[in-house]
Design a protein around this ligand. Structure first.
Ligand SMILES: Nc1ncnc2c1ncn2[C@@H]1O[C@H](COP(=O)(O)OP(=O)(O)O)[C@@H](O)[C@H]1O
Ligand code: SF4
Ligand SMILES: [Mg+2]
Length: 326
């Protein structure tokens, strides 16, 4: 069902998205009540420790969940139109064409015996209206747009450095000129200099093409460099979301505070880094109230019995019973 579209309608509207372990209704969802809006050209970072549901939330937007997981409820609107209700064939006109995904570690997943150019051409030809000759030209343009000489299209993956493979992977995601691009840990496994080149590239693409971007990263500095907004995820739920300077500069939620205190900064003595004790709960571990309570030094009785909802406080959404006191 479509809604009335106005100039203010966000490009991407996600509401109540909930993903469960398949067939296990009694254990906590892997992604719980995930809700956000993104306008055209906006960039959002997903941060949080490993296992907090960042990848699963993003894959659910593409309807690419693994066999052990199921979408239990929620809505995803693109340009005002619901896309979760579409049949698989109709959804094929959305996936890759309007929303593209750079998978974690994908730069190492190029087929080693096919040239980079041929693999990008294949991705361009997902759009059936483009013939191969045109796709070849477009492949060269795409490579140039990510900072690779178009003549290198004939190279095999092993002839590219890690940074170049990641650029080529981003070019591949741009193949069909999507509105939204999701990049899952795009700089993990790259050295620091190359990381910052990839982040600059993502920034430039976002501005030049008006792309809406979602960047998943456990690296808060990378999110601060590339994103307008950030959503901090813990145990499958967004616990804090708002403008990146506000959330990372003046974190409100105890988990965001702990994450920022645990993040290495170039201007800081590494001895000042405070690791967060313990680990996030697995979906099958029993829990009550706030999932962060066992690790939270501010926890009170209410925290162990009632789950805090996301509430808007001073321009930032925070899910913590004590946000005003803290
Ligand atoms: N295909 C799957 N089947 C079962 N459990 C999964 C599957 N994918 C992820 N999970 C579980 O969902 C939780 C969230 O995982 P994930 O989304 O990969 O987190 P993150 O990206 O934040 O590290 C983890 O507990 C993980 O073990
Ligand atoms: S609700 Fe309670 S336990 Fe959860 S983060 Fe806030 S203070 Fe800590
Ligand atoms: Mg992940």
């Amino acid at each position: 069902m479509s809604q009335a579209i106005t100039a203010e309608t966000p490009l991407l509207q996600v509401s109540g998205l909930t993903v469960r372990l398949r067939g296990l209704q009694d254990v906590a969802p892997v992604v719980d009540d995930f809700t956000l809006n993104l306008s055209r050209g906006e960039s959002l970072g997903f941060a949080g420790e490993s296992g907090c549901g960042k990848t699963t939330a993003a894959l659910a937007l593409m309807r690419l969940l693994g066999p052990g997981l199921e979408l239990s409820r929620g809505s995803v609107r693109l340009g005002g139109a619901e896309i979760l209700d579409l049949g698989e064939r109709e959804f094929d006109n959305i996936r890759w064409l309007r929303v593209a995904y750079v998978f974690q570690g994908a730069m190492n997943a190029f087929n080693p015996v096919i040239t980079i150019g041929d693999q990008i051409v294949e991705a361009i030809c997902r759009d059936k209206s483009i013939n191969r000759a045109r796709a070849r030209e477009r492949c060269q343009d795409l490579l140039e747009s990510v900072g690779i000489d178009g003549k290198r299209a004939d190279a095999f993956p092993h002839q590219f450095s890690g940074g170049m493979r990641q650029r080529a992977m981003i070019a591949m995601a741009l193949a069909a000129n999507p509105d939204v691009i999701i990049a899952d840990e795009p700089t993990t496994a790259l050295d620091v200099v190359v990381q910052s080149e990839i982040l600059d590239l993502l920034n430039r693409l976002q501005v030049d093409r008006g792309l809406t971007t979602i960047m998943i990263s456990h690296n808060l500095a990378a999110i601060a460099m590339t994103c307008d907004k950030v959503a901090i995820m813990y145990a499958g739920r967004i616990v804090e979301m708002g403008p990146v300077e506000e959330v990372l500069g003046h974190p409100s939620h105890p988990y965001t505070r702990a994450l920022t205190a645990a993040a290495p900064r170039s201007d800081q003595d590494f001895r000042a880094i405070e690791p967060i004790p313990g680990a996030p709960p697995r979906p099958d571990e029993p829990r009550a109230g706030c999932a962060f309570a066992p690790r939270c030094s501010f926890s009170k009785k209410i925290c162990t019995t009632q789950q805090p909802e996301l509430r808007l406080t001073k321009g930032v959404r925070v899910a913590c019973h004590l946000v005003e006191e803290l």
